[in-house]
Write a protein of this length. Structure first.
Length: 66
C-alpha cells in the first residue's frame, strides 16, 4: 500500500511540475484557491479553466512583445 501512495504523490507533484514547465496553471491549485478565497462562487470545470488559460496566454495583447 505504501508504494501505491508514493506513486500517487509523485504523479500529483509531477503533474503540477509539467503544467508549470509548459506554462499552464494548475487546476488543482485553482480549486484550492477558489474554495479558500471564494467559497461563495462556483469554480469553472477543468475544460473551461484550461480554455480560459489558453486564451489568456495566446490571445492577450502585450505591448512589450515584439
Amino acid at each position: 500500500m505504501k508504494i501505491v501512495e508514493k506513486i500517487l504523490k509523485f504523479y500529483q507533484k509531477s503533474d503540477r511540475f509539467f503544467y508549470l514547465l509548459v506554462g499552464l496553471p494548475s487546476y488543482d491549485k485553482y480549486l484550492e484557491h477558489m474554495y479558500k478565497h471564494h467559497p461563495d462562487k462556483i469554480p469553472q470545470n477543468r475544460k473551461e479553466f484550461f480554455k480560459e488559460a489558453q486564451e489568456r496566454r495566446y490571445n492577450s495583447f502585450n505591448a512589450n512583445r515584439c
